[in-house]
Design a protein around this ligand. Structure first.
Ligand SMILES: [Zn+2]
Length: 168
């Protein structure tokens, strides 16, 4: 059975015990931008943040892209989020290629060159990459300066969360 088929069956069972208050308006206190890497799926638990407290935005490489800003506009200006936490991590796939190498890889896989996405956000230093994403958000004109934006790197081998940006 495929995982999707299994999920459909499971959801029928869990719906029987569903809490209808989940349909109430969300009230997140923090937005967390992190990587889509499955090894980070328990991040909220490790940070002792309850699921209801966080808008979690994920993409490969924790990149503060235009679409991440789009999501943050909703967190900040509709739901009242005052803190944004970026969590990059060690051993990310974004360290595996350069932009050019990955385009070549895709060309080999698909047989064509494509023009979009224009950038994949590869990097060689996760600390620097995370600092850069924080600066991108802090300098965005739609993100008020009173909103705290801080950057961290999660070390997958030690479980340590290391801050890589100054607090302001
Ligand atoms: Zn990653």
């Amino acid at each position: 059975m495929s995982l999707i088929e299994r999920a459909i069956v499971a959801s029928r069972k869990t719906a029987e015990h569903h809490d209808p208050s989940l349909a109430n308006k969300p009230a997140p206190k923090i937005a967390i931008l992190t990587c889509m890497d499955p090894r980070l799926n328990q991040l909220l638990e490790w940070l002792d943040i309850k699921p209801a407290e966080a808008d979690v935005i994920r993409n490969v490489g924790t990149a503060a892209t235009e679409d991440v800003v789009r999501s943050l506009m909703f967190s900040i200006h509709v739901l009242g989020v005052k803190e944004v936490m970026l969590v990059g991590h060690t051993g990310c796939g974004m360290e595996m290629f350069s932009e050019e190498e990955f385009e070549n890889h895709l060309h080999k896989q698909c047989g064509v060159w494509a023009v979009t996405p224009a950038k994949f956000h590869f990097y060689s230093d996760v600390n620097r990459a995370t600092q850069k994403q924080v600066l991108k958000l802090r300098s965005h004109p739609w993100i008020p300066s009173k909103v705290v934006v801080r950057g961290f790197v999660f070390d997958l081998s030690t479980g340590e969360l290391r801050e890589v940006t100054s607090k302001d």
